[in-house]
Design a protein around this ligand. Structure first.
Ligand code: PFF
Length: 467
């Protein structure tokens, strides 16, 4: 006899937890730079259209499947497939993908934690130097940082849905919003900030190429935590009273607003803290941006404010990113936890122990694949280059499988579970849904152009990444 499924205590708790999952490293650093380099306001417009017209229906479908079945992806696909096995692979991918993404996300979160400690210890000048990043990620300190981050995630998750995930989201998300706004106010009141603001916002429609469009959609999809089984699992923790359509909209709005606000922080900071910056130096990868570029930008602040204040502001920023990363990490690890609890009947504690051990070992492999251990550094090769273990996890799961998971979900919901069942579920808790324009649009889009677009992204990524 298993215990009754735990639920979020309120709609607000659910929305904050889902927004906590969505708001992550991608929003705070990935989006601003992507937007600034790829057409500014024009990119923003394309991104917002994708969020609302393509991602939102997928998000609602994920939540609906979760709530209907009260299960994580494996159980959910099984339950709605009436005992057939044909869709099991989609359910399995829905649990394996978050597990593997957790591995690489954990590596990034561990580094951020390390940067907080080093900055608070007075080492901002070291971090801004040329060797710090390479040295730090190959030092034994990352193992200590890994244990601390894993312990934080463990203690949040072991407390359960209400007392763990929801409480953490209710504390960390408002804190994050306040920190972000304070940071934006500070940055925008500095000299030269407007140059950065212009670089971020002024639309340049000439930059909107097919590859930018592809990038914008992928960014939106990842940013909303779609295709990772997370929203199926979180959806299984809500009751029939919760309006999924309205809640999903709020999550999408929050996520997009945070990404936009982060742009008001990052770009003006880059231009005003270090007026000599060449915008072309802004990296394409969030990783080098956070870990090698931004420390230099923060250090430049010492000429006007002094070293201690510059370090304080840098630490404040890294803590902000850390909070965003922790709530995302918690959401993604909850998926396999829920699988082990629901499908394998383990206790939560035991499920977490199993997962932390296996994810811990894989995270270790990923962490030493930056030069420390050559087997993992030169793990394999494809598309004409050597790839590390970390690269493989990133390329396969983050870049490739996510759109595939989205595609399978659209096909499953529209053609196996059937649209009228989806409508029924989305109308539960939302009286005006049946017959509305939203209903027509959601049913039509999920069964026609959204899967086609996701298939296009999937095939394009496979072609570009692996051949
Ligand atoms: N929405 C997250 C982000 O933008 O960073 C995506 C995500 C990645 C969620 C990894 C959870 C996670 F573990």
């Amino acid at each position: 006899m298993t215990a009754p499924r735990e639920h979020f205590s309120s709609r607000l708790g659910f929305i904050l937890a889902a927004a906590g999952s969505a708001v992550g490293i991608g929003n705070l650093v990935g989006f601003p730079v992507n937007a600034a380099k790829n057409g500014g306001g024009a990119f923003l417009l394309v991104y917002a259209i994708f969020v609302f017209l393509i991602c939102l229906p997928v998000m609602m479908a994920e939540m609906a499947i979760g709530r209907k079945t009260q299960k994580e992806p494996v159980g959910a696909y099984k339950a709605l497939n009436n005992g057939g096995n044909g869709w099991n692979i989609a359910g399995l991918l829905g649990v394996l993908t978050p597990f593997m993404i957790a591995v690489f996300y954990m590596v990034l979160t561990v580094w951020i934690f390390g940067y907080i400690v080093i900055t608070l210890g007075g080492g901002l000048d070291y971090l801004a130097g040329p060797v710090a990043f390479g040295e730090f990620i190959n030092s034994p300190w990352i193992f200590a940082a890994m244990i601390i981050v894993a312990a934080i995630v463990y203690f949040i998750l072991v407390a359960g849905v209400k007392e763990g995930i929801e409480k953490a989201a209710k504390t960390l998300m408002p804190t994050l919003f306040v920190m972000l706004v304070l940071m934006v106010i500070f940055v925008l009141t500095r000299e030269n900030a407007m140059a950065g603001l212009r670089f971020f916002i002024i639309p340049d429609f000439d930059k909107i190429t097919p590859s930018v469009i592809n990038g914008a959609l992928s960014q939106a999809f990842f940013s909303l935590s779609l295709g990772m089984g997370i929203l199926i699992t979180y959806g299984s923790y809500i009751s029939n009273k919760t309006d999924i359509v309205g809640s999903a909209k709020l999550v999408a709005i929050t996520d997009t607003a945070v990404a936009f606000t982060a742009g008001l922080m990052i770009l003006p900071a880059v231009f005003s803290f270090n007026p000599d910056v060449n915008p072309q130096e802004l990296s394409d990868s969030s990783v080098s941006l956070i870990f090698t570029f931004l420390p230099k930008i923060f250090l430049a602040l010492q000429t006007s404010l002094g070293y201690v204040a510059a370090s304080g502001i840098a630490a404040f920023f890294f803590i902000l990113v850390f909070f965003a990363a922790i709530t995302s990490l918690v959401s993604i690890i909850e998926v396999p936890v829920s699988y082990l609890v629901t499908e394998k009947c383990h206790s939560r504690k035991k499920a977490l122990r199993i997962l932390m051990m296996t994810a811990g070992v894989l995270t270790l492999f990923a962490s030493v694949s930056f030069g420390m251990v050559s087997f993992f550094t030169e793990f394999t090769s494809y598309a004409g280059g050597t790839r590390s273990f970390f690269d493989v996890v990133y390329d396969v799961f983050y870049d490739t499988i996510l759109p595939l998971n989205g595609l399978l979900l659209c096909l499953f919901v529209s053609y196996r579970w059937k649209k009228h069942n989806l409508s029924e579920e989305l109308a539960t808790g939302n009286d005006g849904y049946k017959g509305s324009l939203s209903e027509k649009y959601i049913n039509f889009s999920l069964s026609t152009f959204i899967p086609v677009i996701l298939l296009g992204i999937f095939l394009n990524t496979v072609a570009v990444k692996f051949f």
